[in-house]
Design a protein around this ligand. Structure first.
Ligand code: ACO
Length: 325
C-alpha cells in the first residue's frame, strides 16, 4: 500500500492595517509600555477593522498561500481552519472561505483548540493525507481576538492581537527518507482539568452571549513551559532527533518569557527561535503561520530546513509538529 507524506507547498499571512501600540493601550487602561514589554515582550498588535471578519483575514492569508503554491481554490480537497473567533456560531467559517476561493468540491470545517489550533489543524490535515483520503489541504489559523477581549481588563487586553496565516499541504509518496520534505510527525495533548485557567465567560449554549476572555496568567505560564518542553522532547524522540537537528523553532507566540523559558529548557539557541510576538502580540491559532510566513519572507526559513512548531493554549491543549519545509 502506498504511504503518503504531507509536503508543504506554500505559506501566506495577513495582518489588519490598524496597529495598536502599548502607548495607545496606556490611554485606555492603567498600564504602561514598560510593564507590557518587561512581562511579555509585546510592543504592538494589529486590530481588525469593524467591517473585517475572521473569514476576511483568513481569505487573504489563504490566497497568498495558494499563490505561493501555484494553486487555485478548486485544486483543494480540504480546508481545516483553526479559530476560536468564528464569524458566526455556525456554519463553519471555513465554508465561507471555501466559497470565496471557488472551491466547490471537497470539504471544509473549523477546529477549535484555541492557541494550539494551528498545530491541531496541521495534525488533522496530515492524517487525512496519510490516510490517502485527501490530496491537497489548506490549513488556516485565523483570529479576531480583539472581539472577545474585555478592553477594561488590563491583565488580558494587552496580550492579544488579530491576524491570519495559512499553509498548503500536498500528498507525496513517502520514500521513508528523513531528507524528504514534509511532516515527520505530529503530537497532540489536552488536559481538561485546567479548562478554567483560560476561557471565555460566555457561549451560545450557556449565556447565549459571546463572552470575554478570562485567564489565570500565572497558572498558564507555569504549565506552558512544562507542557511545551515535554511535547518538544516527545517529538524529537519519536524521530530519533536532538535539538541540534532543528534548523528553526516556530513556536506559538504568547509571550517572550514563555518562548525564552521553553527554548532554554531544551537547549535550543535563541537565534533559532522565530519570534514575532513583539509585533503581533498573541494571535492565538494564527500566530504560528504568521511567524512562519514572516521568516520565509525575510529569507531565514528555506526549502529543506527542519522546523519544529509547538503551541499551548486554553483547555489546556498543547502539541507539536516536526517537519522538513
Ligand atoms: N499593566 C500594569 N500592571 C498590570 C497589568 C498591566 N497590563 N496586568 C496586570 N498588572 C498588575 C497586576 O494587577 C498585579 O498587580 P498587584 O501586584 O498590585 O496585584 C501585578 O501586575 C502582577 O500581576 P501578575 O498577574 O501576578 O503578573 P505576572 O508577573 O504573572 O505577569 C502575565 C502577568 C504577563 C499575564 C503572565 O502571568 C503571563 O505571561 N502568563 C502567561 C499568559 C499568557 O501568555 N497567556 C496567553 C494565552 S495562553 C498561551 O497562549 C500560552
Amino acid at each position: 500500500m502506498t504511504k503518503y507524506r504531507s509536503v508543504a507547498l506554500g505559506c501566506g499571512s495577513y495582518l489588519p492595517e490598524k496597529v495598536l501600540t502599548n502607548d495607545d493601550l496606556a490611554k485606555m487602561v492603567d498600564t504602561s509600555d514598560e510593564w507590557i514589554r518587561a512581562r511579555t515582550g509585546i510592543k504592538r498588535r494589529h486590530i481588525a477593522a469593524d467591517h473585517e471578519l475572521t473569514s476576511d483575514l483568513a481569505l487573504k492569508a489563504a490566497r497568498e498561500a495558494l499563490g505561493a503554491a501555484g494553486l487555485k481554490g478548486g485544486d483543494l480537497d480540504l480546508i481545516v481552519m483553526a479559530t476560536s473567533t468564528p464569524d458566526q456560531t455556525f456554519p463553519a467559517t471555513a465554508t465561507v472561505v471555501q466559497a470565496a476561493l471557488g472551491m466547490t468540491g471537497g470539504f471544509a470545517f473549523d477546529l477549535q483548540a484555541v492557541c494550539s489550533g494551528f498545530v491541531y489543524a496541521m495534525a488533522v490535515a496530515d492524517n487525512f493525507i496519510k490516510a490517502g483520503q485527501v490530496r491537497r489541504a489548506l490549513v488556516i489559523g485565523a483570529e479576531t481576538f480583539s472581539r472577545i477581549l474585555d478592553w477594561q481588563d488590563r491583565s488580558t487586553c494587552v496580550l492579544f492581537g488579530d491576524g491570519a496565516g495559512a499553509v498548503v499541504l500536498e500528498a507525496a509518496e513517502d520514500t521513508g527518507s528523513p531528507d524528504q520534505p514534509g511532516i515527520f510527525s505530529t503530537h497532540l495533548h489536552s488536559d481538561g482539568r485546567y479548562h478554567d485557567c483560560l476561557y471565555v465567560d460566555g457561549g451560545p449554549g450557556s449565556t447565549k452571549t459571546v463572552g470575554h476572555l478570562r485567564m489565570k496568567g500565572r497558572e498558564v505560564f507555569k504549565h506552558a513551559i512544562n507542557n511545551l518542553a515535554a511535547v518538544v522532547e516527545e517529538a524529537l524522540e519519536a524521530n530519533g532527533m536532538t535539538a541540534d537537528d532543528i534548523d528553526w523553532v516556530v513556536p506559538h507566540q504568547a509571550n517572550k518569557r514563555i518562548l525564552d523559558g521553553t527554548a532554554r529548557k531544551f537547549s535550543i539557541p535563541a537565534e533559532k527561535v522565530i519570534i514575532t510576538v513583539e509585533e503581533h502580540a498573541n494571535t492565538s491559532a494564527a500566530s504560528i503561520p504568521l511567524a512562519l510566513s514572516a521568516a520565509i519572507k525575510d529569507g531565514r526559513i528555506r526549502k529543506g530546513d527542519v522546523l519544529l512548531m509547538e503551541a499551548m493554549g486554553g483547555g489546556f491543549t498543547w502539541g507539536a509538529v516536526l517537519m522538513r519545509w
